[in-house]
Design a protein around this ligand. Structure first.
Ligand code: ADP
Ligand code: ASP
Ligand code: MG
Length: 446
């Protein structure tokens, strides 16, 4: 069985939903994971915020706009009047749910129920449309099988048992449609897998049913060698290893949710990235195969904070780094990059929830400085540390101020820390030096 995930743009217009239909209608058994229509989750985030802050008028306006947008899509997509009526009823049901929170926002966890409405609607709509077109599909609700544990990790045993039960109840169905992104938590409440989480849903399901392949259908022809939002003339990479893809996704390549590769890597289930608007394009295959050596792609992750810990007395004393790391461990804050000198250690974090507490503890034995608005640029590929071409990247030192470099930590990754405002220029210059394309800005600001 295959798992096919379609992202926001792929289900974001009548024209694209028609393309999705053509792709899924091939008689092969499959689970189809859908995101919310593009823009919907952002709209729902704004609705939840307005309700939370008692901005009832603003919330009502946003809810009415979303209802209108959903209705317009339904009117243009569905011809059959009774099917259309069913969809309109569902839109009204969503509307009532959202409105109910404007009367009472003290319901715990109401925001996650608000956010879930995007995927609940797109799946209802697409399923109704496929049925109207004579394609026998049916919905398996994500909230009937998708669950994360107390640590937020997918509860694979529960997911596997429940998805198998749901599939076996409908032996004649070939196309099962489900919601990406949404899940239950360990207490049985609605939660989600974080923004962009539908990719992760697809690979969790792929692992649970031991799929032959997971396909991520999006709005671009595969994984590009650099971020196309900031750099011109990027190109699609036909093949990536699981490690390369995991590294790039973790370090900010938006095309994949950071955890996408994890559930399928150990099971050796390939992930294929394809373009819904250009299905004939080859796309990218992510698998266990390692195809070539040298730098293959560049990605960048924003929202990084650097902490510099200076202690003339202590650094060379053994036990110093242990003491530092224990503080981060205590506050469950992951460190991405570390560099040391004789008297100082610098490290980066992306989660600043406990920053004040961490700094207070570090200051008991060192001088601490903190800087935010930083980005990590990640260069990934196989065996890049030893590759003769890799040295070209250091020409970048002429163009931007690099704050930290992690080189040699693994053979497959080099990380650079820069100010976020330098990101577009850094990505463009690296593209120039490493991939020999022209430097041309497509996005002047971050
Ligand atoms: P979807 O809604 O289908 O999940 P996303 O917007 O999450 O789509 O991801 C696709 C977008 O990711 C592309 O349109 C592109 O702008 C952006 N992107 C960033 N880095 C890369 C990259 N290295 N390769 C391809 N796309 C990238
Ligand atoms: N709809 C969710 C979001 O916008 C999940 C996804 O698209 O993958 O973040
Ligand atoms: Mg996405």
């Amino acid at each position: 069985m295959l798992v096919l995930k379609f992202g926001g743009t792929s289900v974001g217009s009548v024209e694209n939903i028609e393309k999705v239909k053509t792709i899924v209608d091939d008689n092969a058994p499959k689970i189809v994971v859908l995101s919310a229509m593009s823009g919907s989750t952002n709209n729902l985030v704004a609705i939840a915020e307005a309700i939370l802050h008692n901005q009832t008028e603003a919330a009502l306006k946003l809810i009415a706009q979303l209802k209108e947008k959903n209705k317009q899509t339904a009117y243009h997509l569905i011809q059959n009047s009774s099917v259309l009526q069913e969809v309109v009823n569902y839109i009204n049901q969503i509307d009532n749910t959202l409105l109910s929170f404007t009367h009472n926002n003290s319901i715990p966890n109401f925001q996650n129920t608000v956010l879930a409405q995007g995927e609940l609607f797109s799946t209802f709509l697409v399923n109704a449309y496929l049925n109207e077109q004579g394609i026998a599909s049916s919905i398996i609700p994500a909230l009937d099988f998708m669950r994360v544990d107390k640590e937020g990790e997918p509860d694979l045993f529960y997911i596997q048992q429940n998805i198998k039960r749901l599939l076996s109840q409908q032996k004649d169905t070939q196309i099962f449609i489900t919601q990406g992104f949404i899940s239950l938590d360990a207490r049985g409440e609605v939660t989600n897998l974080q923004r962009g989480g539908s990719d992760y849903t697809a690979t969790i399901i792929g692992a649970a049913i031991k799929a032959e392949e997971v396909q991520i259908w999006t709005d671009i022809d595969g994984f590009h060698n650099n971020d196309p939002r900031f750099v011109e003339n990027t190109y699609s990479i036909p093949q990536l290893s699981f490690d390369e893809a995991a590294e790039l996704a973790y370090f900010g390549a938006k095309i994949l949710h950071p955890q996408t590769v994890l559930p399928v890597r150990a099971l050796d289930i390939p992930v294929r990235l394809k373009n819904t608007m250009q299905p004939e394009a080859e796309g990218t295959l992510i698998s266990n195969e390692i195809s070539s050596e040298g730098i293959k792609a560049i990605a960048a992750k924003d929202g990084i904070t650097v902490i510099k810990i200076k202690s003339e007395r202590m650094l060379l004393a053994h036990g110093f780094l242990k003491r530092v790391f224990e503080i981060f461990e205590k506050y469950q804050t992951a460190i991405d990059m570390v560099t040391t000198s004789e008297i100082a250690v610098s490290l980066t974090i992306d989660n600043t929830q406990f920053l004040d507490e961490i700094v207070a503890e570090l200051e008991k034995f060192s001088a601490v400085t903190v800087e935010d608005k930083m980005s990590i640029v990640c260069l990934a590929g196989n065996n890049i540390v030893n590759h003769p071409e890799t040295s070209k990247l250091f020409q970048i030192l002429n163009d931007v101020s690099i704050r930290m470099i992690a080189y040699g930590g693994s053979n497959n990754n080099i990380s650079l820390l820069i100010n976020t405002q330098d990101k577009p220029n850094t990505l463009q210059q690296l593209n120039h030096y490493i991939f020999k394309t022209q430097v041309a800005s497509v996005a002047p600001s971050v």
